[in-house]
Design a protein around this ligand. Structure first.
Ligand code: NAP
Length: 355
């Protein structure tokens, strides 16, 4: 049982991120002081939305310069914090060297932040933003899971440097987190494991998340001809923020939490946009056939390999989200609301031109 004192500051690593933005908002609205660790506090474009949130809340924000690969750089930001949220980690399929660009920041970065927690006597709890990617790589992994459903007991054993390296980075990073946690007794660890996160970005213009890139492609005509019918989970970014908040402040929170609202597929996400936006924007309406994808997929994006297509297209995905509902009381938004609000935020912030 870990009780966090709300008068103490709370650290959020990667505060400029898409997911972190909503977490920072929730913390500020609670009146907390947020220590926002960012790579470049001078980059006003990246932090303007956080300044706005702070100005319109009861809380306070203080920025600290830190980099996952710079040993010891989180020391100042962590000072005096009882609660640490470690969200920073690259989420992209646009990489040249997966070891350098994905694995190292995820794994060495997690070690950097958590070893700093060992040295910072105030820290009582660390919440790591892991992922369902640390549970599975391909939709076919669902079939191999006990009872045909992914649970918190399942670990990803199939990702590698050559196959879905982002999933590999999240798996190795979460394993590193548990290893460091188990070697000490000062702080407890809770992980939030979201499936694909969608919903409105607070920073759509400066967002680097793959979530935003996928959403943009659904609306700007890139995927007009159709989408791969990929089995996957979906969760709203605002529900992910609620999950982080509850994981931090619920004394009995423990272990991993699958944070996924819906067992769905990529085509359903596109279809949710059709009633409101389908007449004005080139939203995809159908699935691309598997044979066609096998030919064009690898040319469109290097992560759409033949192996990926074989193991994900037209294959259903299923995860059990009962633990987070029961332990942390999380309620999830419907797909329609998540997708429409996500698209509206893209239009409002000018990422997709309003017609
Ligand atoms: P994002 O917007 O790209 O956020 C990533 C954050 O990590 C950014 O703040 C980025 O800082 C920071 N970062 C990257 N490399 C860094 C480094 N070397 N040093 C310090 N900070 C670094 O992506 P997101 O979708 O919000 O992802 C946030 C977390 O959620 C990640 O751990 C991701 O794996 C996890 N997650 C995301 C999803 C999803 O669907 N979006 C699903 C499951 C889990 P800069 O702004 O300086 O680049």
């Amino acid at each position: 049982m870990t009780q966090i004192d709300k008068s103490k500051p709370v650290l959020v690593t990667g505060a400029t991120g898409y997911v972190a933005g909503w977490l920072v908002k929730r913390l500020l609205d609670e009146g907390l002081t947020v220590h926002a660790a960012v790579r470049d506090p001078e980059n006003k474009k990246k932090i303007a939305h956080l300044d706005d949130l702070a100005a319109n809340s009861k809380g306070q924000i203080k920025y600290f310069k830190a980099d996952l690969l710079d040993q010891g750089s989180y020391a100042e930001a962590m000072e005096g914090c009882e609660l640490v949220y470690h969200t920073a980690s690259p989420f992209t399929t646009n990489y040249k060297n997966p070891k350098k660009e994905l694995i190292d920041p995820a794994v060495k970065g997690t070690a950097n932040v958590l070893e700093q927690a060992n040295k910072t006597k105030s820290v009582k709890r660390v919440v790591v933003t892991s992922s369902c990617a640390a549970i599975y790589t391909d939709a076919t992994d669902t079939r191999k899971a006990p009872g045909g459903i992914l649970t918190e007991d399942v670990w990803n054993t199939t990702a590698s440097l050559d196959h879905q390296p982002y999933s590999y980075s999240k798996t190795l990073a979460e394993q590193k987190a548990w290893e460091i946690n188990k070697a000490q007794e000062q702080w407890d660890l809770v992980t939030i494991n979201p499936s694909l996160v969608m919903g409105p970005a607070l920073n759509a213009q400066s967002a680097t998340s793959e979530s935003m890139s996928l959403l943009k492609q659904l609306g700007d005509g890139t995927m007009k001809a159709g989408v791969p019918n990929l089995g996957m989970g979906l969760v709203d970014v605002r529900d992910v923020a609620d999950a982080h908040l509850a994981a931090g402040f619920t004394p009995a929170a423990q272990g991993r939490y699958i944070t996924s609202a819906h067992n769905t597929n990529f085509l359903e996400l596109a279809k949710a946009l059709l009633p409101k936006y389908g007449s004005k924007y080139p939203i995809p309406k159908k699935a691309l056939p598997k044979w066609l994808l096998t030919i064009v997929g690898p040319l469109i994006n290097k992560s759409i390999t033949r192996q990926f297509i074989k193991k994900n297209v037209n294959i259903s995905w299923k995860a059990d989200n009962s633990k987070i509902k029961k332990d942390l009381g999380i309620k999830f938004r419907p797909i329609q609301e998540t997708m429409e609000d996500a698209f509206e935020a893209m239009l409002e912030q000018g990422v997709i031109r309003r017609k």
